[in-house]
Ligand binder design. Structure first.
Ligand SMILES: Cc1ncc(COP(=O)(O)O)c(C=O)c1O
Length: 396
């Protein structure tokens, strides 16, 4: 049997393309934040994670350009060897201050951060306990962990009773790491951190929270999940990404200096991969400064998302309610999902489509997400186009 047989047999994407409703890999030709250009046409972006709208902010752009002029376009080496710039250290120190953490370490992407931390910390006879809806990078890191084969434990999504049940099965004195998204990337729900902390404390477990969708969104001045619940001293490791609120590319982890120092010296994802580019680091640094100076951006973002929750619910859509920047609109099957996406796109709105098996059957959704910089008229237009499309596919 040929290894590539499965590749030749995979035709689902071509079939969807032939119907003209394929929503993925659409090239964006120009990006102004809430408005992007695709196939020569301006559409409202309602699916980006550019939460504070900073990818086109003049100060962020200027910082990236200046960094290229000073340091060049790439670092050509890992942090461990020739790839550490003073700029990396500056961003680490500034982030540590922002989170009130002892230390921060940068990675080249958010994905690499989780994948790089979990197997470095959890080895043989050590347990990683993970929410079933955690992001793929946490799953990848957990599967790579030496403890994973026999010692991987998963609990039902954000179900703290189930976490309690799972953790009770693990030897009480065994080293454990509980890992959860702070804000879940698909549904936008916030982890039940107070109960998670309580369970971790009673069971000798450390806690890692992935705040990719939380920083700049929840917590005091956008400081993320631990800050949201006043539990800054209880979360051992907070990781995040620069690809969303920070308008750039890269990842980071914040925690105790001794732990960060260990990850720094033992994580293959850090040691054997080139460091984030000068322009990426400088852009993230400028975005962090803007977040610190203009916390009202966080308020605008949540006001916009709340406006959309109310507006879409008011039209009769089934949404997953919440208080983050993510507003999932449930459509319930793949066919309606593709049709709905195409109607929205033709109407001038770009959203993300999640189909099965990426989400369970019945949970197929238009995952919409908002920016601090969306104008009210744009939000009203999104609601209007949703209403027309929803009526056409029989959803409302
Ligand atoms: C929860 C979560 N963690 C990590 C990542 C990965 O971040 P990055 O885009 O920096 O690789 C994402 C991005 O989709 C995410 O949603």
């Amino acid at each position: 049997m040929d290894l590539f047989k499965k590749c030749f047999d995979f035709t689902r994407a071509d079939e969807v393309k032939a119907l003209g409703v394929y929503p993925y890999f659409r090239p964006i030709e120009a990006n102004e934040g809430p408005i992007v250009q695709i196939e020569g046409k301006k559409v409202i972006m309602a699916g980006s994670n550019n939460y504070l709208g900073l990818t086109s902010h003049p100060r962020v752009i200027e910082a990236a350009i200046k960094a290229i002029e000073k340091y060049g376009t790439g670092c050509s080496g890992s942090r461990y060897l020739t790839g550490t710039l003073d700029l990396h250290i500056e961003l680490e120190e500034r982030l540590a201050k922002f989170f009130g953490a002892e230390a921060v370490l940068l990675f080249s992407t958010g994905y690499q951060t989780a994948q790089g931390i979990i197997p470095t910390l959890a080895g043989r006879n050590e347990y990683v306990i993970s929410d079933k809806d955690n992001h793929a990078c946490i799953v990848a890191g957990t599967l790579m962990s030496k403890g994973a084969m026999g010692n991987l434990a998963r609990y039902k999504h954000n179900d703290m009773d189930d976490l309690q049940r799972v953790i009770e099965k693990i030897p009480k004195d065994a080293p454990k790491l509980i890992v959860s998204d702070g804000v879940f990337s698909t549904g936008g729900e916030i982890v039940n951190l107070p109960r998670l902390v309580e369970i971790a404390k009673r069971n000798n477990a450390r806690i890692m929270i992935d705040d990719a969708h939380s920083v700049g969104v929840i917590g005091k001045g956008g400081r993320g999940t631990a800050s949201e619940f006043n539990l800054e001293n209880e979360v051992d490791l907070t990781m995040g990404t620069f690809s969303k609120t920070f308008a750039s590319l890269g990842g980071f982890v914040a925690g105790a200096e001794r732990v960060i120092n260990f990850i720094k010296h033992f994580s293959p994802a850090l040691i054997f991969s080139a460091s984030p580019t000068p322009s990426s680091v400088a852009a993230a640094l400028a975005a962090l400064e803007i977040l610190e100076e203009e916390p009202e951006r966080v308020t605008n973002l949540i006001d916009n998302a709340n406006y959309m929750r109310k507006g879409l619910k008011g039209k009769g859509f089934h949404i997953i309610d919440g208080r983050t920047a993510i507003v999932p609109v449930i459509v319930g099957n793949d066919e309606i999902a593709f049709k709905m996406w195409k109607l929205l796109y033709d109407g001038g709105v770009f959203v993300n489509v999640f189909i099965s098996p990426g989400v369970p059957e019945g949970r197929q959704m238009m995952r919409t997400s908002y920016m601090a910089t969306h104008e009210k008229e744009q939000l009203d237009e999104i609601i209007h186009i949703f209403e027309q499309a929803g009526k056409q596919v029989g959803l409302i």
